[in-house]
Design a protein around this ligand. Structure first.
Ligand code: F2R
Ligand code: MG
Ligand code: MG
Length: 356
């Protein structure tokens, strides 16, 4: 991590969590929509990106994506690392205090069962989902950014903890591996120098290598494709290589925009990589905004795809690239900044303690 000094790293922590928040808050009004008008979306971004005028411009509430991300961050800070029981409790307390945040339809059962069994086995209820198949939704990936930031010093440990944190709610291989892929994307963004142009081929190659290691034992699991995330990453590479640029239809059809981790996490990664350059009908010079605006323009699970893409973009650029007006329009942005700073301190303290 030699190219990233302490000040930049702290800004990247803020960027990662703010990116996740902003993608969620700005994407939420469009969740489930198809054929989103690029013109209307541009007006929406122009309005929100203009000078902040509290009470005049709509205030954007966050959804389950941020509610759960906050739980992950606060648990890591309080416990100094992943404590599945503590995290499960935080999810449950958060959900029953504030259930109307647009949670996944089935994950609510996990919260009820965890509460009923008093957190004795924090992984038990998730294993029972979908008749024992487990959830393949993107709900574990959408909240993983704080954990990827916290464990940035040790990739192997990050993978192990990402899997465990996912399994509190998602035990299907596709749900777990989608979480690992998102953790790896945030990890790579954090290591990269934002002052240099991002090599998108190298970035996707790095993820492909990492997922080859994760998916190496998956033959025999009964999946139609034993290497689903490698397949999606190769599609990303093909789409990025298209001379005329991928159409929205290409992206929707080939990568997807649904609630399934397999068809949303790679899409978010593609949005970040494609947004390194200008995109037709997205009028901004700011690559962070371009990432989020493009992710929302694809429709479907817009809050989550934009949140996942925003976390990757924010961890690459750092908070300085994020328009202050977007930050101020999002619910709890001050709290998110505080959590990012505390998470940074906790992560650094942990690695300093290990070295002594
Ligand atoms: N739930 C939503 N959006 C719909 C309603 C929002 C509306 N605006 C409102 O306010 O009510 N968004 C949130 O859910 C996604 C994350 O979901 P998560 O946490 O993965 O939940 P769950 O319930 O585990 O899975 C979601 C759905 O995926 C399908 N599914 C999952 N595993 C499956 C399996 N093994 N077999 C078949 N289907 C499976 C089911 O339909 C689940 O209900 C994010 O978009 C977040 O924003
Ligand atoms: Mg949501
Ligand atoms: Mg969503």
């Amino acid at each position: 991590m030699a190219i990233v000094d302490g000040l930049l790293l702290a800004a990247k922590f803020r960027g990662g969590l703010l990116g996740s928040l902003i993608g969620d808050c700005l994407g939420a009004p469009y969740e489930g929509d198809v054929n989103i008008s690029k013109v209307v979306l541009q007006q929406y971004f122009n309005k929100l990106g203009g000078s902040y005028t509290a009470n005049k411009v709509p205030y954007k509430p966050y959804t389950d994506d941020t509610a759960m991300t906050k739980c992950v961050a606060s648990s890591l800070i309080a416990k100094g690392g992943l404590d599945p029981q503590d995290l499960a409790k935080r999810f449950v307390v958060e959900y029953f205090n504030d259930p109307r945040r647009g949670y996944g339809h089935n994950v609510k059962d996990v919260f009820s069962k965890l509460r009923a069994q008093k957190f004795e086995d924090p992984f038990g209820p998730a294993r029972e989902q979908f008749d024992g198949a487990g959830s393949l939704g993107n709900g574990a990936a959408m909240r993983i950014a704080p954990l990827a930031l916290f464990y940035h010093q040790n990739y192997e440990e990050l993978v192990e903890k990402a899997k465990l944190s996912a399994q509190i709610t998602h035990t299907h291989k596709l749900g777990v591996d989608g979480t690992v892929l998102q953790a790896a994307a945030v990890y790579q963004s954090l290591q990269a120098n934002p002052k240099q142009n991002l090599d998108v081929k190298e970035f996707s190659k790095g993820l492909l290598q990492k997922m080859a290691a994760i998916e190496k034992d998956e033959e025999g699991l009964g999946l139609d494709d034993p290497h689903p995330y490698q397949t999606q990453l190769k599609i990303i590479q093909d789409l990025l290589a298209k001379e005329d640029g991928a159409t929205d239809r290409d992206v929707q059809k080939l990568l997807g925009n649904s609630v399934a981790a397999q068809f949303s996490v790679p899409t978010a990664i593609f949005c970040f990589l494609r947004a390194q350059e200008s995109i037709p009908d997205i009028e901004t010079e700011n690559p962070f905004q371009r990432t989020i605006q493009y992710a929302i323009s694809l429709g479907g699970d817009t809050d989550t795809i934009a949140s996942v893409a925003g976390a990757i973009a924010g961890a690459f650029y750092g908070s300085s690239v994020i328009n202050d007006s977007f930050i101020k329009h999002c619910e709890s942005s001050e709290e998110i900044i505080k959590l990012a700073d505390e998470l940074y301190d906790a992560s650094i303290a942990r690695s300093a303690g290990k070295g002594s």
